[in-house]
Design a protein around this ligand. Sequence first.
Ligand SMILES: NC(=O)c1ccc[n+]([C@@H]2O[C@H](COP(=O)([O-])OP(=O)(O)OC[C@H]3O[C@@H](n4cnc5c(N)ncnc54)[C@H](OP(=O)(O)O)[C@@H]3O)[C@@H](O)[C@H]2O)c1
Length: 306
Amino acid sequence: MTKVSRTKIAPEGPVFSSLVQGYWRMGDWNMDPQSRLTFLKQHVELGITTVDHAHVYGSAQAPCETLFGEALKLDPAMRDEIEIISKCGIEVMRGDAPSNHVNHYNSSQSNIIRSVETSLQRLGVEQLDVLLIHRPDILMDADEVASAAALLKRQGKIKHLGVSNFSPSQFALLQSRCDAPLVTNQVEINPLNLSVTEDGTLDQLQQLSVRPMAWSCLAGGALFDTNTDNVQRLQQTLHAIKQEIGAKSIEQVVFAWVLRLPSQPLPIIGSGNIERVRSAVAATELTLSNQQWYRIWVASKGHGVA
Ligand SMILES: NC(=O)c1ccc[n+]([C@@H]2O[C@H](COP(=O)([O-])OP(=O)(O)OC[C@H]3O[C@@H](n4cnc5c(N)ncnc54)[C@H](OP(=O)(O)O)[C@@H]3O)[C@@H](O)[C@H]2O)c1
């Protein structure tokens, strides 16, 4: 059985599994707490020990952190087997946030602290391994974020700080005010969205030896929707490369494509289907040549390189 390797994600960062299990869609999985625990144990068995959450995931009635916490409560020793990421800063209008009158971002010190304390309580744990600022907030005061993170670290409520969906300049701004290095930038990477390969985001992370985390590697399922020309074109190329490298599915080709990036992203799996998780794990053994990688790029763009 292929087992996922472990990796230090930044020079002063934590050691994570090189594939991460995402829990954004957990509310759709229709699992009872026991089945959620079984799923967690199954992916930990495969070596996927790092789990990705956010304060905003799920619904007011059933936040994903609460669903996960219910499972963890059935076997509290599992906390020591895993690393937990959660995120703060997206504020939405819903029943558990009556003071929100518009969806917005809030990275004030008080909101970061309130959000982390809520996440810890829902998860039933004492500490997050990494806290991410979920989205760049135009009103972000970098000094305030840095001081919130320093306080939460002193209190033992978070171990590390990172960001998500930050541009290189937003990353550099926040880094300039923090007393410890940011440990990741979690960004969207898939053949339908190449923007971080073009806007300097991945260059900056490679320069700093900070590994990105890649969300929606399968474009949230859009890679399987053949209604558009570029998805049809991509699927043809993915199927051809699947044959060439002996992959079992086009998803495996896509994970191998993400893993081929020199900034060494950690793909986050979105599926709650353990067979699809196993398939992603097997993809870590596949390697694409430069030309295979670029054929997917060409299929995505609809034109060749200059
Ligand atoms: N930082 C951020 O802003 C951000 C944003 C989005 C997501 N994330 C994180 O990244 C994780 C992964 O994102 P994602 O869920 O969008 O990942 P994804 O892998 O791109 O999409 C997962 C979706 O694709 C479906 N899928 C997988 N294989 C399929 C197939 N062969 N045919 C049809 N559908 C298929 C899955 O359905 P099944 O469940 O049925 O397999 C699931 O609905 C999230 O859980 C979250 O932790 C972070």
